[in-house]
Write a protein that binds this ligand. Structure first.
Ligand code: ADP
Ligand code: ZN
Length: 752
């Protein structure tokens, strides 16, 4: 507080003080500056916080947003930009015809910046990504003019153009030419002769209003009670986080769609976050079935034009429901009445590059600032969320049973020591037998392995050399279909060599271990008659391909699905009754705090794909550790017990969620620079009651993209915030050489 009022600091001239000699406005720019810059307000311009403006910066015109004076949290305001003398202020160039950024979004930007130790401008950049300086231009298209010039000089090409316009919908030149199979010249000539007439293309209401009565569901008593409770929270128009849990297939989606309906009835907007856009195909269908129209979709792969349209529709309140990936949190909702975070336990909600934030946690903040309930949905809630339920901060609603009496699949561990696969193979005999039986019965089977490519490691049988990435501390993964070795960390690829790069022996290189490609090869040999489909990011390049794969499975054009974690998402495959997990132990290695929790969540999610009312599913987990608590929890379907045990293990050491964690990742071009900077941080490490610093130590990925990496972990008791400690720590450390970067990751999810 003191530093803000320090006598050296010029008193800022208030925005709303008309007597001030110069009207200063703080403008936040989407760049990594410490805070907003002051500009002079031209006398003829009326400006308010949230207005999007153009301002001069280094002789360029830049987009910025009029910010609020004194909005930044104290610690941030301290090192904000020094004030410029009145005479040197540059004037705001223009006010843009763009909806104002709502107050709740501005406070959200400030909050995320402070929490993640990111310059606020970089957070603002996420909110402005969809903006361009121009409003979307209305587009003109061609329709038939109805003139009798039509008959004048009929040619097959011209008839095709006219036929393409038979429906009276205006089409642009290029589109029309493509439809009719003619050159653009033909279209233009017809226009010149008056055969075609120009007409504005009005977009077929891109965000039509959802109809809450379109197809109201017949909820079970349990679902109805839960939907009613959610609706009441929405109607209360107050912040309240809720955990909605229940086994896969219990109707969580069905139920929270009723909360969305309640929100629409309140006249407010709703936001549904999904961990991946791949998931959206089936979800969109369900939404459309329920409400008669599609919601607005938001994700980073949206084209620039659609993004611009969606952003404005959200800002104008026309887009009533948005379904999107984590970046949808930064949309300018003027009246947000509900946020749903589906599959809240998913680590995909953590953004790791740029601004590192956890969308699930930030959704709770966004809801608080908007005064709205936030519903976290999962069959396997994170320990973070469970701890918040236990402490009473979050409400808890549960759907007890699978809908329509469908039973949960039976899960059994398959001990690979007892039932080893044949030499050089990975499917154990009981799993092969079960798959045969399933397919013979006309049902579908799935093999799950969370590993892309053919083999995770290539080894020389002559000298024992293992082929490593030239840029990273990682083995290269063989992708046989592409005849490449690839690094999954930096993207480096190279052809599979014939000679060992170390000893030059010929044909001595052997793949070690399986990836999905190798399992597919084995499955084709083992089940020659099966119609096989592979679902992996390498075989399904985008949402369209994913949707088509899902359709094929649903329509029973496939007998055996082989996939990576893509198959674990919330799909419903009614014909699927057997799931074989190739390597249930896979996620348990490594020093990751949440390895066991994540394995249980992932495998439970995969298991949830199997079975329905009349055909219960079976899940076989191939494992070398059937006695591991993870396998036991899965086999007994006792997720709650397992999470209690996790809690017991984390509580004493103040590990999250019973303490706070932040990671500092030091990276440099040379190992010695990295060590020097990391050691300097180590020497100035904070200490005190309930504060602990672990490291520095080489990161598991000690070299990534040619950069040497060291990690330090700050661990504090839950009642001690890490941000002020981190700020002081970083400020107190001697500046590192230029080649050194220090990345801060508050609440780290990845420990690589
Ligand atoms: P969850 O989200 O818990 O996995 P869903 O909402 O996806 O569950 O429901 C699982 C399946 O059961 C879906 O196919 C859904 O359409 C169906 N279902 C759930 N509840 C009902 C209901 N009340 N009426 C009709 N179908 C339902
Ligand atoms: Zn690499």
């Amino acid at each position: 507080m003191e530093s803000i009022l320090s006598p050296k600091r010029p008193t800022p001239t208030s925005l709303d003080n008309p007597d001030a000699p110069i009207h200063r406005v703080p403008v936040l720019l989407p760049y990594p500056f410490a805070g907003a810059f002051d500009y002079a307000r031209p006398a003829d311009l009326v400006l308010a916080p949230g207005d999007v403006v153009l301002v001069p910066l280094n002789r360029r015109a830049e987009l910025g947003v009029v910010w609020d004076r004194g909005a930044l949290p104290d610690e941030l305001a301290q090192d904000a930009v020094p004030a410029v003398a009145d005479a040197k202020l540059k004037p705001v160039s223009a006010l843009l015809d763009v909806p104002r950024l709502p107050e709740s979004l501005r406070r959200f930007v400030d909050w995320v910046a402070a929490y993640t130790l990111t310059p606020p401008g970089l957070v603002l950049a996420m909110a402005l990504r969809a903006l361009s300086t121009q409003p979307p231009a209305p587009t003109q298209g061609w329709v038939r003019s109805g003139s009798n010039a039509v008959t004048a000089r009929e040619t097959p090409a011209r008839s095709r153009v006219l036929a393409a316009l038979a429906d009276g919908v205006p089409r642009r030149t290029a589109e029309l030419a493509r439809l009719a199979g003619v050159s653009s010249g033909v279209v233009r000539a017809m226009a010149e002769r008056g055969v075609l007439r120009e007409q504005e293309i009005t977009h077929p209401a891109p965000f039509a209003s959802p109809d809450i009565d379109h197809a109201t569901p017949d909820l079970s008593p349990d679902q109805a009670r839960t939907a009613e409770q959610l609706a009441r929270l929405v109607q209360a128009r107050r912040f309240q986080p809720v955990l909605l849990d229940g086994v896969t297939g219990s109707g969580k989606t069905e139920t929270y769609l009723e909360a969305v309906a309640a929100c629409l009835a309140e006249g407010r907007q709703a936001l549904v976050l999904l961990p991946e856009i791949a998931l959206s195909a089936q979800w969109l269908q369900r939404f459309t079935r329920r409400f008669g129209v599609a919601p607005a979709v938001w994700h980073s792969e949206l084209g620039a034009r659609r993004r611009r349209v969606a952003w404005r529709a959200v800002a104008a309140g026309e887009a009533r429901v948005v379904v999107g990936a984590r970046s949808a949190l930064f949309l300018p909702f003027p009246d947000l009445g509900l946020i749903v975070v589906d599959e809240e336990h998913e680590t995909a909600f953590k953004q790791e590059d740029g601004v590192t934030y956890h969308a699930r946690d930030m959704a709770v903040v966004r809801a608080r600032l908007a005064g709205a309930p936030v519903v976290l949905v999962s069959a396997t809630p994170s320990l973070e969320t469970l701890a918040n339920v236990e402490s009473g901060r979050y409400r808890h609603l549960t759907l007890a049973a699978r809908h329509g009496g469908a039973r949960l699949p039976s899960v059994a561990a398959l001990d690979l020591r007892e039932h080893p696969p044949e030499r050089g193979r990975f499917l154990s005999p009981p799993l092969i037998e079960a798959a045969h039986r399933t397919m013979r019965a006309g049902e579908q089977a799935m093999l799950f392995l969370n590993r892309r490519g053919y083999a995770p490691l290539t080894l020389c049988r002559s000298c024992g050399h293992r082929i490593q990435c030239p840029n990273c501390t990682a083995w290269l993964v063989e992708h046989r279909a592409r005849r490449q070795l690839a690094c999954h960390h930096c993207g480096h690829t190279e052809p599979v060599p014939v000679h060992c790069p170390a000893c030059n022996a010929e044909n001595s290189l052997t793949p070690i271990g399986p990836g999905v490609e190798r399992i597919t090869e084995e499955a084709r040999a083992t089940f020659p008659d099966a119609r096989i489909l592979v679902m992996a990011s390498d075989t399904l390049p985008g949402p369209t391909a994913t949707a088509e794969a899902v359709r094929k499975i649903t329509d029973r054009e496939i007998d055996l699905v082989i996939g990576t974690q893509i198959v674990a998402k919330g799909w419903h495959f009614p014909g699927l009754t057997l799931v074989g997990v190739i390597d249930a132990d896979l996620g348990l290695g490594g020093g990751d705090l949440r390895a066991a929790e994540r394995t249980v969540q992932l495998l439970h999610q995969v298991s949830g794909r199997a079975g329905r009312a009349d055909a219960p599913g079976h899940v076989l987990l191939q494992t070398y550790t059937p006695e591991h608590p993870v396998m036991r929890a899965l086999a007994a379907n006792d997720f709650a017990r397992f999470m209690e045990r996790e809690a017991e293990q984390r509580r004493p050491g103040h590990w999250p969620p019973y303490g706070r964690l932040a990671a500092l990742i030091v990276s440099a071009d040379t190992a010695s620079d990295a060590d020097r900077a990391a050691n300097a941080l180590g020497r100035s490490a904070p200490s005190g009651d309930g504060i602990q610093v672990l490291g520095p130590a080489p990161a598991p990925l000690a070299i990534l993209r040619g950069r040497h990496r060291r990690r330090l972990l700050l661990k504090t008791r839950r009642d001690i915030a890490v941000q002020p400690i981190l700020r002081h720590w970083l400020a107190a450390t001697t500046p590192a050489p230029r080649s050194v970067t220090i990345d801060v990751d508050v609440d780290p999810v990845s420990f690589l």
